[in-house]
Write a protein that binds this ligand. Structure first.
Ligand SMILES: [Zn+2]
Ligand SMILES: [Zn+2]
Length: 368
């Protein structure tokens, strides 16, 4: 099967939209999905800084949503042709953390999703010249018209939903909302500080507001603060003098929870200083340097931990988020701007410049 996909050929080149060939007979436990839309996530762009660890050339994209067009056999394939699905991250299904309903902490998470994928012999994707492309990214490679994915990563959704916009529920929005709803278990009257109001931070704001919690959002982009305010947060510019004290005052003595999406050491220290005793800080962005903490920031029962994929079981959290959206309480569609897949480089530039919160790429079906 031949169709168009966006291929990243080197760490510093633009994406090229080109014909690729996919072996399309799904194996046991796999499905073939016609992609309706795929979100662009920071992790796609971080491949450029992966120092060669993520193999290229590759079809990236790991926030896909689409329609099942073919199914393989096997016990995992409880999906039928025509089902609408959101695709989430890959996990092995049989390690200790997968068995313990914590698939984001799968022993094989990094290798399956980021650094090479499952063994593919022969390779599933080849380019127009017949050369092998890297194994699928995050079990998907959804910057394409079609993706062949493990059925265990696909979550069936209501066909009445706007399918082309749902992909980011599989990673970015899941990460922010899951941190609030799963990791923190925030409820009415709880207090939360969100550092960095991008796709993950704004999803956290929306989930906190839906849960009845009070949120203070910090960012350096005024447009993003305006969005945070629209979704119920108190906005604070990142450069505000005495930021920790301001947050403590706004949250009645310190936030119970803080979520950092920036990986900035000064902001992580700010977040800890803004917590009340016993408060917890969650980190979702990968640190690129050593992190030094100011004396006293962890005193009095304060804690800090990394949160991967919002501690989510996608099959549980994604339907919860779509129900909230249907009730008007998780308006994630307001964060999205759509682009034809052919404009993927423009989407990347807009994302880097902070002009768009969540680009979603729509394949054009010229090649069918
Ligand atoms: Zn596992
Ligand atoms: Zn992602």
């Amino acid at each position: 099967m031949r169709f168009q996909a966006a291929v990243l050929r080197s760490y510093d080149s633009p994406f090229t939209v080109e014909d690729v060939t996919l072996r399309t007979e799904p194996d046991d436990g796999e499905i073939l999905v016609e992609i309706a839309g795929a979100g662009m996530c920071r992790t796609d762009l971080a491949v450029r800084r992966s120092a060669g660890r993520s193999p290229l050339p590759a079809v990236l994209g790991h926030e896909g949503a689409g329609v099942v067009v073919r199914t393989g056999g096997g016990p995992d394939t409880a999906l039928d042709v025509g089902d609408h699905v959101v695709l989430s991250f890959d996990s092995c299904g049989h390690c200790r953390n997968c068995l313990g309903a914590a698939p984001a902490y799968c022993d094989s998470f990094a290798s399956l999703n980021l650094f090479g994928g499952r063994q593919e012999e022969p390779p599933r994707h080849t380019d127009a010249a017949g050369k092998a492309l890297a194994p699928r990214w995050f079990g998907q490679s959804s910057f394409a018209e079609y993706a062949l994915v493990p059925a265990r990563n696909a979550v069936r959704v209501d066909p009445a939903l706007p399918l082309e916009l749902l992909g980011p529920l599989g990673c970015g929005f899941l990460t922010g909302a899951g941190a609030v709803l799963n990791t923190f278990g925030a409820g009415p009257g709880d207090t939360l500080a969100v550092l960095g109001a991008g796709a993950v931070g704004l999803a956290a704001v929306m989930a906190a507001t839906a849960a009845g919690a009070l949120t203070v959002a910090v960012d350096r982009h005024p447009q993003r603060l305006a969005l945070a305010e629209r979704f119920g947060a108190i906005p604070l510019p990142a450069g505000t003098a005495g930021l920790p004290e301001r947050i403590r005052r706004l949250t009645g003595g310190g936030a119970q929870y803080a979520l950092d999406t920036t990986a900035s050491a000064p902001l992580i220290n700010t977040a800890l200083q803004a917590l009340r005793p016993t408060g917890s800080l969650g980190l979702v962005a990968r640190l690129h340097t050593a992190l030094s903490l100011e004396p006293g920031t962890l005193d009095r029962g304060r804690g800090i931990r990394h949160i991967c994929e919002g501690d989510a079981v996608p099959g549980l959290l994604i339907p919860r988020l779509t129900r909230l959206w249907q009730a008007g309480r998780f308006p994630f569609d307001q964060l999205i701007r759509t682009y034809p897949l052919a404009d993927i480089n423009e989407a990347e530039r807009d994302c880097d410049a902070g002009r768009v919160v969540k680009p979603v790429l729509l394949p054009e079906r010229k090649s069918r």
